[in-house]
Design a protein around this ligand. Structure first.
Ligand SMILES: Cc1ncc(COP(=O)(O)O)c(C=O)c1O
Length: 346
């Protein structure tokens, strides 16, 4: 029902399913396996996640990224908690208030720099401890890669973890694009999660070639309480979980996760290289994962929308967001660059 040769730059979830993942789903089909995670695939998945995040890691597959964040934040929060995150964070901007509605958690935002939290900015809201009039700041939540395509170094995350832990707060990492961060850093996943003291994370699969499925990974055993109940009560327990687990195994038991992410990152880097010197165009953030954010003159942006499919990130300031995916080709990139050249007269 659609043109299978059409690809745009709207989102990394516009792409389909990686063939190796699709094959893994087919291979997991047939016969009967118990539902809700009592299957051989989910059992194996637990080992696979431990191999990436260390022997203490506990994985809970869920249905989507918003759900992963909502479950993870609840695991780290009391009923009277608040979560501090960047003003650009998905948790704040793009989850329809789910952390507030579903989890009853107050979300406090602080300004970010290229989508990243800093200790200086965190200080604006990390206060009022033991004040009964204030929702108690209990978690710092950061995205890796960030919503603006930037990546924290392991040291930057360690600094935030030390800041948070010194105040008895926990650190949640929204890893919808954790693989892209690893590809950029050239580090194993645990180097900027487990090894720097992150307590809990949401791990993305959908944006990296899966059909659907994300996971909550508990790294701090103290938070591994009632997770099964939290997941079910938050509507995130998949009945035929074997098919989510089989996808994650295909992604993570070899190097598919890294191949897909590295390719998507390389396509964004190529795109930036091709457009950054065009007259009137400004790339707004360091391109460190699979996104390019650029400001264009209004008429050029409107013309470009007629030629290539993408979304504006920030309409009032004429900022486009171009996302690349595991299946973006160098020819796709050239098509966008050529379209940009034509509307900008470069
Ligand atoms: C940073 C970030 N976190 C989480 C998500 C998960 O979203 P969803 O609930 O659509 O799976 C996304 C998707 O855009 C995202 O960009």
């Amino acid at each position: 029902m659609h043109d299978v040769d059409f690809r745009g730059f709207a989102s990394d979830n516009s792409s389909g399913v990686h063939p190796e993942i699709l094959a893994a789903i087919a291979a997991a089909n047939g016969g009967h396996q118990a539902g809700y995670g009592d299957d051989v695939y989910t059992e194996r998945l637990r080992e696979v996640f431990r191999s990436h995040f260390g022997p203490e890691a506990r994985v809970y597959p869920v249905l989507n990224g918003t759900g992963a964040n909502v479950v993870a934040l609840q695991a780290a929060c009391d009923r009277w908690a608040s979560v501090i995150c960047a003003d650009t964070s998905h948790v704040h901007v793009d989850e329809c208030g789910a952390p507030e509605k579903v989890a009853g958690i107050k979300v406090l935002t602080v300004p970010s720099e290229h989508g990243k939290l800093t200790v200086e900015n965190l200080l604006r809201e990390a206060r009022g401890f033991d004040d009964e009039h204030r929702a108690q700041p209990q978690v710092v939540s950061l995205a890796q890669s960030t919503e603006l395509g930037t990546v924290y170094t392991p040291e930057e995350i360690r600094t935030i973890v030390e800041f948070a832990h010194a105040r008895n707060m926990r650190v949640h990492l929204d890893g919808a694009r954790l693989a892209n961060a690893a590809a950029h850093l050239g580090e194993p996943l645990r180097a900027f999660t487990t090894d720097v003291g992150v307590d809990i994370l949401s791990f993305g699969g959908t944006k990296n070639g899966m059909l659907l499925g994300e996971a909550v990974v508990v790294l701090n055993p103290e938070l591994d309480r009632g997770m099964d109940y939290l997941r079910k009560a938050s509507l995130q327990l998949a009945s035929k979980m074997r098919f989510i687990s089989a996808q994650f195994i295909a992604l993570l038991d070899g190097d598919l996760w890294l191949r897909n992410a590295a390719h998507a990152n390389a396509m964004a880097a190529l795109l930036e290289e091709k457009v950054r010197d065009l007259p009137g165009l400004r790339v707004n953030h360091p391109v460190q994962s699979n996104a390019v954010f650029a400001t264009l003159p209004a008429d050029a942006l409107a013309e470009l929308h007629k030629l290539v499919h993408f979304y504006d990130w920030n309409e009032p300031v004429r900022e486009a967001r171009w996302m690349t995916s595991f299946d973006t080709t160098p020819e796709d990139v050239e098509r966008l660059a050529e379209a940009a050249r034509s509307v900008l007269g470069g």
